[in-house]
Ligand binder design. Structure first.
Ligand SMILES: Nc1ncnc2c1ncn2[C@@H]1O[C@H](COP(=O)(O)OP(=O)(O)OP(=O)(O)O)[C@@H](O)[C@H]1O
Ligand SMILES: [Mg+2]
Length: 356
């Protein structure tokens, strides 16, 4: 396996620049999740690394060597696509062995490697079938097997689980993670799924509009998002954003236009009176039975068993809260909420940049 470095990468299609100067270093053996809104350039970036798209400007280094001019088959990088892209007329065994055959590996060795991979992915009984005779999850596993059998320097996954149902997705997520722990192959994994990114990745890269917004471990992004965009993108349900003015008198806090007070513990890096956004994650509210705290109207109650999510109307906005305990509340009830001042995030209202 090898490190991957991306240096000042730009990609233009005609007049539109879809990758606008991306720099990132991925260590040997690291598992990096790439997330961002639809159209931000995730697939383009993977396809450039795989060699399926040309570079407009900048460099891609694999193990420190530029691979810009190498053909895809010479890069020793395996990509797994969302739609699996299996060859429909080939058996599973042929699908698994095809790339080795192209690279001139002997028939005997192909047989050994295909059998090993089939065994490790539970595909042995399916080797003589055609792709259409497999379930979605089995096809997904073949697509992974096809990548693994090449023993590549790096894996690129483009939303590999998005076509699977929820329970299979959870199982495959665990399998991919276990596979990575076993093989330690450098991996870049594109996903729309928050939980996948948070649970699988050593680090997450947040891409927006062809630029990196932040790179960090899942908890760094969760606890210290650099701006409101990352704050809103990482975490599910999303962070609540409450606009107001910073008030530094009488303990720093944010005052909303209707006079509600949201506490801050630390002194923020902004001036009194500036327009700000107070960010509070759903789990950063305490339910206050004594009737102090902010009065909120219950809109929806969702008990999940392990916790209770309550959507409320607060400060003229829909706010999602989540509590570890079971709460007996009904739509229309008034409840009282105290936001955790020491967990609050503060952002500039115009730039979205973090202020605390
Ligand atoms: N061959 C192409 N020609 C022109 N524009 C393209 C081409 N391929 C992609 N684009 C544009 O580049 C941008 C990035 O596309 P890309 O497929 O990388 O997005 P993405 O982040 O993978 O989105 P999604 O989450 O929807 O898969 C989009 O605006 C897309 O329309
Ligand atoms: Mg894509």
């Amino acid at each position: 396996m090898s490190s991957i470095s991306i240096r000042q990468l730009h990609k233009r299609y005609g007049d539109t620049e879809v990758i606008r100067g991306v720099d990132v270093d991925i260590a040997e053996g690291e598992f990096v999740a790439l997330v961002g809104p639809s159209g931000c350039g995730k697939s383009t970036l993977l396809r450039i690394i795989a060699g399926l798209e040309s570079v407009t400007d900048g460099d891609i280094l694999l193990g420190g060597e530029s691979i810009n001019d190498l053909a895809p088959k010479d890069r020793n990088i395996a990509m797994v696509f969302q739609n699996y892209a299996l060859y429909p007329h080939m058996t599973i065994a042929q699908n698994l062995g095809f790339s080795l055959q192209l690279n001139g590996v002997s028939k005997a060795e192909i047989a050994v490697r295909v059998n090993d991979v089939a065994q490790s992915l539970g595909l042995t009984a399916l080797l003589e079938r055609l792709p259409r005779q497999l379930s979605g999850g089995q096809r997904q596993r073949v697509a992974m097997g096809r990548a693994i059998v090449r023993q590549p320097q790096a894996f690129l996954f483009d939303e590999p689980l998005s076509n699977l149902d929820a329970s299979l997705r959870v199982r495959m997520r665990t399998e991919i993670k276990a596979l990575h722990q076993r093989l330690r192959t450098t991996t870049i994994y594109v996903t729309h799924d928050q939980v996948e990114a948070m649970t699988m990745a050593d680090r997450i890269v947040v891409l927006r509009d062809g630029l990196i917004e932040q790179v960090g471990t899942p908890l760094e992004l969760y606890d210290a998002p650099r701006n409101a965009f990352v704050a809103g993108f990482i975490g599910s349900p999303s962070m609540n954003f409450i606009p107001g003015r910073l008030d530094l008198n009488d303990g720093p806090h944010v005052m909303t236009d209707d006079g509600l007070r949201f506490p801050l513990t630390a002194q923020p890096n902004a001036i009194h009176g500036s327009r700000v956004i107070y960010g509070a994650r759903p789990e950063h509210f305490v339910l206050d039975a004594t009737g102090r705290g902010l009065s909120a109207e219950v809109v929806v109650v969702e008990p999940t068993g392990s916790e209770t999510q309550i959507a409320v109307r607060l400060a003229g906005q829909d706010v999602i809260t989540a509590f570890r305990e079971r709460i007996d509340a009904r739509p229309g009830d008034q409840i009282h909420l105290l936001p955790h001042g020491d967990r609050a995030h503060l952002f500039d209202a115009d730039s979205g940049i973090r202020l605390n």
